[in-house]
Structure formats: structure tokens, C-alpha cells
Design a binder for this molecule. Structure first.
Ligand code: EPU
Length: 428
């Protein structure tokens, strides 16, 4: 077990390169299951969720070849298994994308119910609705597995009752080779949905309307070899924007699509952060004190829920009182208790957090509760007085490539260390 030790109070300055988008990668890699040929995928982030996804692919019979740290070639021509076991599925939410992909390829998928961050109940009823709309049957099995089967998937109209990224991805994956046309209504519009559609279209799929709330998928018989580069990670970019702002720094954040950052940029500007946009970079400076503002998380193009914890840290040192309303997840404030240990003044009532800004935070030992909550603790540690130790960093490494290297490159004092208890445990 490892932890981060952060010496707070250093301004972040310099340049940082953003990696490929986690939530695009964990959809596109399972999508390769549908393709008869070799896929070369570039700009894959080197994070543990990607490693888990590739392990699942290998367990299904995929040939995976790393060209370099961020490029893989995947050949699924000899794939013959359709079961994703608990020991792999439990590590990440997106393991359920293998249901749509395997169903689309074999007409059968057996997948253990997924793991991932704990934000309260995370139902998959809309995913199942998509599969059954196309003619599939869903049966629970033993050991928390579900089996989804179809003799023949047939295009249909799928109306999603809730705007769901995962259900939209699974509806696309299961319909792309179905017979006829599928219309997905009330679809999610996130950039990673567009990226998945672009990837599949580059392999011969016929998907239109991705990025709007109506997506039309005309089924095709075969998908072919392709080469594709994944979009930059908007949340990783937003995280470094928040870290720069929290420390009063001056950071050029490279390899981004500024349009994908609009909601984040707008809120940071409201807080008094100065953001200069370039074609594929943004420069973030914070000349004055941060100013309070209110934030409500929404599906894209609203303010992303995944940026809610980093934004909470900024508001915790802003002048005035701010209100954050979490409207995507039922229970995404679990990390707040840890931040309180660092001096954050906050009241949480259900999906609303009221934050009273303080002059400064104080370093403390904290535990990452989930991926974005964990990175919020890192940002808090960077701007706090004194030393912060963040434990359970495995959550953070699910989604951030080389966070220690990137922050160190910006002048942060952060290092990785083995948790003392783990050393004692080993000695015993
Ligand atoms: N929902 C249902 N039924 C469903 C599916 C979703 O009620 O069948 C509800 C959820 O409980 C939630 C809301 O719909 O209240 C939205 O959930 P969504 O399905 O959009 O979330 P997801 O696909 O499970 C993805 C990201 C999350 C991100 C959300 C929202 C991936 C792998 N994960 O999750 O990312 O928070 O969309 O944008 O793409 C992260 O990266 O840290 C992360 C948690």
C-alpha cells in the first residue's frame, strides 16, 4: 500500500501534457471486440482502469500488443470467450461495456456486476432496457453475474429514462451490428460518446448524431481494422486547471480541446481565475483571491460531476459562501469528511454542500475515498499549509497517468511512499 506525501504551499508553474481520456478509452477498448481485424489505438492513458480493461480483453482471447506506453494494437480475431469474471469486473465500473460488446459480437455475454467508485446505488436498468429493446433476454446468474443473450439483435427505438453515459455507450455497442436501425433518444452527449462513435465509424459503423440527444445507428454486418487516437481527458485537464488555480500558479495545460472545457472554464472564471485559450492548450493563472460561486453538476454540456470534488477545494479557500448541488449522483460527497480534516468548512445535506471559504487549509493525513474525491485531497494538499498524506491512492491511479511526475514537473512537492502499516504487516 502506498500513499502520497505532499508539502503544501508551492505555486504550480510551467507546462503539463494531458493524457487520453479515461472514459473514452474504457469504452473504445471494449468496442474493439466488435471488430474483425487489428485496431491500433493511440493516446491511451497509462492508468490502472486501462490496464484492467486490457486484462479483461486478454482473458477473452484478445491479442494485445503494446507499441509504446500509450499505443496498443488489439487483434480480437481469435476471441472466443464471452465471460467476464468477478476478479476483473470488480475493479472498475466500465467493465459493463463488455456486455454490449460481447452481446453485439457473439449474441451472448456473461459479465459480473461492475465495481468502481461508490456514489450510492448505481443501477444499470437503462443498460438492460437498451439490450431488451433490441430483442435480448437478461437473466441473473449465480455469483453476481448476469447473462444477456439474443438469437438476433434487431434495431429498435430506445428511449433512455435518464441521461446515462454508460447506457448510451452500451446501447451503441449492442446496436452497431444489429439488423436495421436503432434510434437512441435522450442519449448522453459527453465528448467520450462522440469519441466512441467516431472510433466505430472509422471501422465502418454507421452512427450519426453522437453529441446530440438523438443518436441513429444503422446496423452493419462487419467492422474492419482501424487506427484511432483517443481524445484528451477533459477531467484530467480540469483537475490541473483547478490545481493551478488553488496554488495561485501559472500553468500551460497542453493537449486539450478547449471546447470540451467550456463549463469548467466558465466556473473558474467566475471564481476569478484567468484562462487564456489556444488551439489545443489553455493557460491558467490566478492573480487575486478566489471568489465564491454556486455550482450545479449536470450531464454534458453542464458542469461535469467528475469536477465537483476539485471545484469544492477551490471554493473552500474562496472568499464567501458557495453552494454546490450534485444532481447526477445520489451520494458524491463522501470525500468531504476527509477534507474537513484539512480545515474545509462545509455543511452537507443530501445532494447539497454549503462551503464557507477559509483563508487557508492545513495539511493532514487523509484517505482517498474514490477517484475524484482522492484527487481533490491532492489539490487540497498542494495549497494547504504543512504536510498532507493521502492514503488509498489506488483510487487516484485508476484515472490519472503519472500524477506525481506531472505535478513534480510543475514544481509541486509530492512523492510516493509506502504506508508504514503495510511495512509493519510485511515484517510480521
Ligand atoms: N443511472 C440509472 N440507471 C442506469 C444508469 C444510470 O439510474 O441504468 C443513473 C445513475 O445512478 C446516475 C445517473 O444515472 O445517477 C448518471 O449515471 P451514468 O450512467 O451517466 O454514469 P456512468 O456511465 O456510470 C460515467 C462516468 C463517470 C461519470 C458519469 C457521469 C465512465 C466509465 N464513468 O459513469 O465517471 O461520473 O458518467 O458523467 O464513463 C469518473 O470518471 O470519476 C466517473 C465516476
Amino acid at each position: 500500500m502506498e500513499k502520497f506525501i505532499i508539502g503544501g504551499g508551492r505555486r504550480l508553474c510551467g507546462e503539463v501534457e494531458i493524457s487520453g481520456a479515461k472514459n473514452a478509452a474504457v469504452a473504445i477498448l471494449p468496442a474493439t471486440v466488435l471488430i474483425d481485424g487489428v485496431c491500433r489505438i493511440e493516446n491511451i492513458p497509462s492508468i490502472s482502469d486501462v490496464a484492467t480493461t486490457l486484462k479483461i480483453l486478454k482473458s477473452l482471447g484478445s491479442q494485445v500488443r503494446y507499441i509504446n506506453n500509450n499505443t496498443v494494437e488489439i487483434d480480437n480475431s481469435s476471441m472466443r470467450f464471452y465471460t467476464v469474471h468477478h476478479n476483473l469486473a470488480r475493479h472498475m465500473r466500465a467493465s459493463y461495456y463488455f456486455i454490449g460488446a460481447l452481446l453485439g459480437r457473439f449474441g451472448i455475454a456473461r459479465v459480473s456486476m461492475p465495481g468502481g467508485c461508490n456514489f450510492g446505488v448505481r443501477p444499470i436498468d437503462q443498460h438492460l432496457k437498451a439490450f431488451t429493446s433490441l430483442g435480448a433476454s437478461v437473466s441473473p446468474m449465480e455469483n453476481g453475474m448476469i447473462e444477456v443473450t439474443a438469437d438476433r439483435l434487431v434495431g429498435n427505438s430506445i428511449y433512455l429514462d435518464i441521461v446515462s453515459v454508460g447506457a448510451t455507450v452500451n446501447a451503441i455497442l449492442s446496436s452497431v451490428k444489429a439488423r436495421g436501425t436503432t434510434i437512441i433518444e435522450n442519449a448522453a452527449k459527453e465528448p467520450h460518446i462522440v469519441d466512441l462513435a467516431n472510433f466505430l465509424n472509422s471501422a465502418g459503423a454507421d452512427i450519426r448524431g453522437a453529441g446530440t440527444d438523438v443518436i441513429k445507428v444503422c446496423g452493419v454486418d462487419t467492422l474492419y481494422s482501424t487506427e484511432y487516437s483517443i481524445i484528451p481527458d477533459q477531467i484530467e485537464a480540469g483537475t490541473y486547471m483547478a490545481a493551478a488555480a488553488a496554488t495561485g500558479g501559472d500553468v500551460l495545460i497542453k493537449n486539450v480541446i478547449p471546447k470540451h472545457l467550456e463549463a469548467i472554464t466558465a466556473k473558474l472564471q467566475e471564481m476569478g481565475v484567468v484562462i487564456e485559450e489556444f488551439d489545443d492548450a489553455v493557460r491558467v493563472t490566478r492573480p487575486n483571491e478566489l471568489i465564491q460561486c454556486n455550482i450545479k453538476t449536470m450531464p454534458h454540456p453542464g458542469f461535469p460531476t467528475d469536477m465537483q470534488p476539485p471545484a469544492a477545494v477551490l471554493l473552500s479557500i474562496a472568499d464567501g459562501t458557495s453552494i454546490i448541488t450534485e444532481s447526477v449522483w445520489d451520494n458524491r460527497f463522501r470525500y468531504i469528511d476527509e477534507l474537513r480534516r484539512m480545515g474545509v468548512q462545509v455543511q452537507v445535506d443530501g445532494k447539497v454542500a454549503v462551503i464557507q471559504g477559509v483563508k487557508h487549509l492545513t495539511g493532514a493525513p487523509v484517505k482517498a475515498t474514490d477517484l475524484r474525491g482522492g484527487v481533490a485531497m491532492v489539490i487540497a494538499g498542494l495549497c494547504a499549509r504543512g504536510v498532507t498524506e493521502v492514503e488509498e491512492i489506488g483510487h487516484i491511479e485508476r484515472g490519472y497517468e503519472d500524477i506525481v511526475g506531472k505535478l513534480t514537473g510543475l514544481g509541486a512537492d509530492i512523492k510516493r511512499a509506502v504506508v508504514a502499516d503495510a511495512l509493519i504487516g510485511r515484517a510480521l
